[in-house]
Write a protein that binds this ligand. Sequence first.
Ligand SMILES: *[C@@H]1O[C@H](CO)[C@@H](O)[C@H](O)[C@H]1NC(C)=O
Ligand SMILES: *[C@@H]1O[C@H](CO)[C@@H](O)[C@H](O)[C@H]1NC(C)=O
Ligand SMILES: *[C@@H]1O[C@H](CO)[C@@H](O)[C@H](O)[C@H]1NC(C)=O
Ligand SMILES: *[C@@H]1O[C@H](CO)[C@@H](O)[C@H](O)[C@H]1NC(C)=O
Ligand SMILES: *[C@@H]1O[C@H](CO)[C@@H](O)[C@H](O)[C@H]1NC(C)=O
Length: 551
Amino acid sequence: MLHKIIMTLLSLIILSMLFHFPVTSVTVNGQWEVLQTNIGIVAMHMQLLHNDCVVIFDRTDFGLSNLTLPNGVCRHDPFENVLKTDCSAHSVEYDVASNTFRALFVQTDVWCSSGSAVADGTLAQTGGFNDGERKVRFFSPCPTSDWRETIDNSLAVKRWYSTNHHLPDGRQIIIGGRAQFNYEFYPKLSETEYNKVYVLPFLVQTHDKGAENNLYPFVFLNVDGNLFIFSNNRAILFNYTNSKVVRTYPQIPGGDPRCYPSTGSAVLLPLRNLEASEIEAEVLVCGGARSGAFQLARKQNMLEALDTCARIKITDMNPNWEVETMPKGRVMNDMVMLPNGNVLLINGANLGTAGWENAVNPVFEPFLYKTNSMKGSRFELQRPSTIPRMYHSTAVLFRDGRVLVGGSNPHRGYEFYNVTYPTELSLEAFSPYYLDASFTALRPKILEPASQSNLTYGQKFNMRIEVNNGTFVPDLLSVTMLSPPFNTHSFSMNQRLLVLTIKEVKVTSGNSGYEFEVTAPGSKILAPPAFYMLFAVHQDIPSHGIWIRMH
Ligand SMILES: *[C@@H]1O[C@H](CO)[C@@H](O)[C@H](O)[C@H]1NC(C)=O
Ligand SMILES: *[C@@H]1O[C@H](CO)[C@@H](O)[C@H](O)[C@H]1NC(C)=O
Ligand SMILES: *[C@@H]1O[C@H](CO)[C@@H](O)[C@H](O)[C@H]1NC(C)=O
Ligand SMILES: *[C@@H]1O[C@H](CO)[C@@H](O)[C@H](O)[C@H]1NC(C)=O
Ligand SMILES: *[C@@H]1O[C@H](CO)[C@@H](O)[C@H](O)[C@H]1NC(C)=O
């Protein structure tokens, strides 16, 4: 192992001397670009689908948005709180390739809802507020599609600020929400399940009377099939089939809250060595607010956000949190898993908490978290944006490696004038360091398989890439697979990156073609059936992804 590391380092040093190619990212720290100055709505929720379109939606109950529905269509809703007739749109579809968007029609209130892309690539989105609180809506990735919605209430109870996770059996679990200390599944398997909820006392135990702090819990499917559920300041490992707590994890040192409204965020770190008999899984939780910060923020006394991340090996029997310090305090930070397994912390504020008018001092600089670096040298400040993205802002990764950033509306309605942080209707893209032209020589390009290919569990498939033969180091090549998450309120539901096993890298054509064998994940627990983005990563620099479907 040590021998291999030394050889790798040596070959890197020699290569960089020979070719003057940069092998580290010390000099480049990303670029910002405004994609759209005004999409007419606040990007409160976002989901990338496998046609490279992003479904974006806000809420319906604040009045008119800045985008008119096409063809004279209006929404008539006797149950709506503000406008019974509303001819403005509250959802859009953004097309990455053409950088265009179109208005979508949504009937009931999707405010602070949740969702997941399911096995066939449809977005199945659940709950919301008022007339939308028990509804389920679907958006299929077709060029002309619109939202479809269940007529009847399809959820057993109202789900507002809940978290969804896509399960190995293809269903979603919907956990918690305001005043809901329970969970349910969608779709329902039988009539007996229609009104059934399963109690989850952990959400009561982690409910804070003054501030809740148990909303939008951080949920990840562990490699053993149980769910890791983090709420407030601690987590459990939970068997959702028999409602048993399998393991109780310690509190994060300090005990400060990390979930809404003390909103931090969390990711499941890359899953590797997928063929091993015991696969390790780690979770990283970053940011949040101090205990009591929410109550103070409501009185316009803004406390500094937490400047810590805590990392834990969730597969260990008795694990502890390893705490590290971020460059500065951050609340409402999104955590975007990049194709190379590093994490981008983006959006959010330095003072206050989530909630209307509850934060000031936006943090403009993304932080890069280098997952495999040593503790103490994992963070790198990135180039700042100029647009505050605080409450109700979002971020998702595109297949080309850019990060789409949208939203921010800390106000009850749309407010553009005479406020410090106006309602933000623009979309920006952050291009992380790896997209810099100075890395072109390292960047692989996927030639095979074709995008939209189907893969079965454990399938060994051939992959062909192109990469500059002068820089190519077979040992520094990896293949990753990433699920496109549902992002809202600083949490990306279903975000999951797997590092696949590759072997026998060989040259196929004289200069820059290479081929090798890749093994698809062996089980639906590792990778629930769905569309994933597949990337080749060479010396930390990812290719553009292709879409593959696991089933
Ligand atoms: C949104 O619409 C309002 C009302 O028509 C208008 O005053 C405002 O300038 C618009 N804002 C943007 C960013 O388009
Ligand atoms: C959860 O419990 C059920 C019922 O006891 C059991 O069949 C299943 O294997 C358990 N799940 C996991 C992931 O251990
Ligand atoms: C903003 O505030 C200024 C000063 O109080 C006032 O003159 C102006 O009308 C306000 N603008 C809007 C759009 O409310
Ligand atoms: C993948 O499988 C789906 C469902 O079986 C099928 O409709 C589709 O045509 C397949 N795609 C390819 C590229 O073979
Ligand atoms: C790269 O490809 C060129 C063109 O085929 C060839 O001449 C050269 O020897 C190759 N270099 C390496 C390091 O393999």
